[in-house]
Design a protein. Sequence first.
Length: 278
Amino acid sequence: MIRDLSLTLQAILDDPALAADFPELAAAQIAFERPSDTFTPGSATVDLFLFDIRENAELRSNEPVVTRTGIGELTLEKPPKRIACSYLVTAWATGGGDLALQEHRLLSQALQVLSRYPQIPPSFLRGKLIGQEPDLPVIVAHAEGVREPHEFWAAIGNKMRPAFILTATVSIPVFPAITAPEVISSAIHLDRMDVASSSPARFRFGGQVTDSGGNPVADADVKLLEANLLVRTDADGRYQIGAVAAGTYTLQVKKGAQTKTAGVTLPPGSGDRYDVQL
């Protein structure tokens, strides 16, 4: 995943469309080496040194991702870790006069290009980052930077030189997905602490309304006749209704001129479902 992020940043800086406005950057090589005193590229180079990897706590989420993978089946995924990867971006010139000014120009062009994208566009994504959601946020030349630059450069074995920090956050799944049956009903028990016995359980249930082709029907009226309860289906044709006591009921579904009734038994037996096809 981190390798794919590096390849994604390389794709941004190697974009052929940059040649007209950023000729020096378009001609430069992209490297990911530690910029120590032994780093001596043979041609003009923009180096992105990955020096820090940590969780982005501000983007942490505890909400699971639930997807329907089949009839009566759900896949539950715990949210991925949001990992912030920080790169030290430096520029290196190798020939001609005013090497420092060449490096300043090259560094400023890299800064301009990378600052265009507060989120990385999908067209640049590589490997496992393709299709990743949410979008990958990018912070370029942020204020925190390196707190003690001279100590940082001494630690990587070189003298200070112009640089900026780029931080991109990726989503890394760390838990396997769990597949389980869909919950179609729930029981509600009401107890009083000052009374020995509890009240009878009441039930909520739900299902999906589809048309003859199996497509979900949104905004259909779903009514439990005996209990006089009415709800509407959502965009996926799903509904929930209750809570009612155990027993046998009549479910009436209406959409335009179409009407369908179905029997409902609570609590459900093995294999019972509350889906209705118009």
